[in-house]
Design a protein around this ligand. Sequence first.
Ligand SMILES: C[S@@+](CC[C@H](N)C(=O)[O-])C[C@H]1O[C@@H](n2cnc3c(N)ncnc32)[C@H](O)[C@@H]1O
Ligand code: SF4
Length: 373
Amino acid sequence: MLKTDDDQLKAAQAENTRLNIQEYLDRRELLASTPQRLFLQVNAPCNADCLFCSKGYDYPVFDFADYESGIGRKLEPVLTRAREVVLSGSGELLGLPEAERLLGYFNERFPHVDKFIATNASHPNRRVWELIAESGSRYTLQLSLHSSDAASHGLMTRRGFHDQVMENVRYLAAQRRKGGNPALNLMFIMTTLNVEKLPDFVRFGAELGVDRIQAGYFYVYEAQQKFLSLFFKQDLANRMIDEARTVAENLGVKVDLPPKFRGPGAAAPAAGGSSDPCPEPWHQAMVNPGGRILPCDVYGDFPESLAEKDFDAIWNGPAYRELRRKAAAGQGCFLTCPRQNPAAIDRWESHVIRRHKEDRLILKEYHEAMRRP
Ligand SMILES: C[S@@+](CC[C@H](N)C(=O)[O-])C[C@H]1O[C@@H](n2cnc3c(N)ncnc32)[C@H](O)[C@@H]1O
Ligand code: SF4
């Protein structure tokens, strides 16, 4: 028999997760389950200016009161059943004046949901790190460092806070060893300027004792960033991926590395009949602060918003059902997906994020190209 509210929440969550997995395995278009993972975009100012960053410069900053009375209310039942909530978005949410309140809100309302936060790990406010490490909730922190040495970390972030980052990262690793919280993932976005540091980054992660090291290709959001793409240095990318994998095997640390380039003459991306389609249209949804819904971070335009509909109407609406139908057939966005389709990696389109661009944005890109760091 169920004893507490917490037991009931956990039971409902486990049942939703089980059903969600089954509905993916059955390739259902209409789902009785809700997503087991919800990405909430919490946009904040950033104290860094990473060379490769996708964030742009004119986004609205997260407002907790707006969230609580608006999309937060619509999402509450979905979040209650979710297995994991990913708090990410443009900028550094842990640097928000409301960061402590935000963490408190998710800890109290959704204690049974795993929380995942991406951060550049630079914040000097120790209280924020303590709230994450000490909370009864389980956190995973993605520490986006992109290099372990001061010079290339400074090159990537265009900031000189390497010492503070290392102090925080070592504190978090010590907390992880002591109390098990938070789990730590080190993130390395691979560009032409830092990829040669990847094997050393794996050594650094092993020495720290992190849970895993993740590397992923840089995607071009703004035209002037394009020469950071390893599409232009494919042999080098492949060599570094091999070397990083060998280092990880020798040191016994978990590493997620992207697929290698296959070179000229490789077969075109496969379509149709995939026995293992991309699970993201079944397992997750991303929500931006205005309520816009996206199936994943590399998806193009998706015409759905919580400003106009309730979550269930979107989750089982025509756009999601078509997406699931195409995904089950290994078609649609799967053909150029850099994460789910290893064969797509040889196509330039897979390295470029092409959301709808208005004239205003094209002009904005021009001004950004002229900016000074
Ligand atoms: C936009 S950041 C925001 C959170 C936090 N500031 C951070 O750096 O982790 C979220 C993640 O997206 C990654 N990212 C940013 N721009 C990217 C790009 N152009 N291609 C691939 N990943 C990118 C970052 O490295 C980070 O891991
Ligand atoms: S720290 Fe994150 S949001 Fe800030 S510039 Fe770097 S990648 Fe972008």
